[in-house]
Design a protein around this ligand. Sequence first.
Ligand SMILES: Nc1ncnc2c1ncn2[C@@H]1O[C@H](COP(=O)(O)OP(=O)(O)OP(=O)(O)O)[C@@H](O)[C@H]1O
Ligand SMILES: [Mg+2]
Length: 402
Amino acid sequence: MANNNLMVGLEIGTSKICVVVGEGRTDGTLKILGVGQAPSRGVRKGEIVDFETAMKCVHEAVVDAEQKSDVMIRSVYVAVAGSHLQSFNNRGCVILPEDRDEIDEQDVEDVKINAREVSIPAQNAFLHSLIQHYHVDGQEGVLSPAGMFGQKLEADFHIIHGVRTRIQNTIRCVKELPLDVEDVVFSGLASAQVVLTQHQKDLGALVIDMGGGTTDYVLYADGAVRQSGCLAVGGDHITNDISMGLRIPMARAEKLKIEEGSCILGNCLPGEMILLKDDSGFAGKEIERETLNTIIYLRLREALELLKRRLDEETYLNYVGAGIFITGGCSLLNGIDHLASEIFELPAYLAHAQSTSGITSAVENPQFATVIGLVKFAQVMHSDRPPRGLGRIFGKLLGGMR
Ligand SMILES: Nc1ncnc2c1ncn2[C@@H]1O[C@H](COP(=O)(O)OP(=O)(O)OP(=O)(O)O)[C@@H](O)[C@H]1O
Ligand SMILES: [Mg+2]
């Protein structure tokens, strides 16, 4: 991996482990060179619960990505998820000494540190401090204050934090392979990097990444992240409900959900049945289509309403002008955009990674939004000047692992 333009993202998801090798082009575009995958084991609700097993799966996915891309992988950007992640908005303030009136890079760094001077639970660590807006001597909407004249620098940040040891477990799983961890990124934030355009962020947008065990969300208003988090509910819960409700094994319930499922009710003929085939291909049990769809509808509705209640704790949903963008594996569920639109009373769209080239099947698959987003994040970090709203603060977490 001697080429500086090569970047690798790794998501240890609940359903699949995925590694993407990308190449940053000089014109700022991103090309996907290879995608490695392995089914995920030892992961629940986005977090590692069986270290050794998860590590083997990660290794498998890395080897697969190396073979597909013909690149030797030495370091990765890793996604983190889990319902322990929390976020809040806070303002930092720095007053310049009287003998100086030009704001410098150190002041910009200090205001970020100041914004983090709030008490978070003792076991937690900061994951991201995302700039929303700077204010210089009361002037609002300053994008880049370094070099400006002023006495008082203030800045509003969106801060994401989580349980240190739970984040470090993910890092350790990768480091023992051994691979270097370049940075850790909240998976929802990674997805948003490739799902949304800057224009959509400016208009206000909500990204929902619904995977197997988690639902990550990131809400942008006026170009900046205002709310974010991770709910411990995903497609596996739907599969589980189907398995219990129809008394069929989990593997068959999963297949049924993917091949026949929908969350739109009242769309099938009265008494319309689905004939389940057993593994040898012979017809077995019959189930009513509307019953299947009702199970899916109820669980999905519950998950989306839970998210809406969480977002309604603040007022930012009122500033979502572009709409809701649903990605992750569950976005493939028939009708999910209609249901989200009805619940949130906003337009809702199905989304996958944009503005990337290379392996089309990967780019267009919403299950890869997070991992492609990681590569995009890496590309932004490699560029001379990361745009407003992204910043790395990862040193301390990684440092603890060295
Ligand atoms: N065609 C489909 N229709 C409905 N659901 C689907 C389809 N394809 C995949 N899924 C569901 O998507 C989920 C997996 O999504 P994804 O790959 O985004 O999860 P993950 O990233 O591994 O998990 P997480 O991010 O929650 O830890 C599973 O619940 C799976 O059943
Ligand atoms: Mg995921």
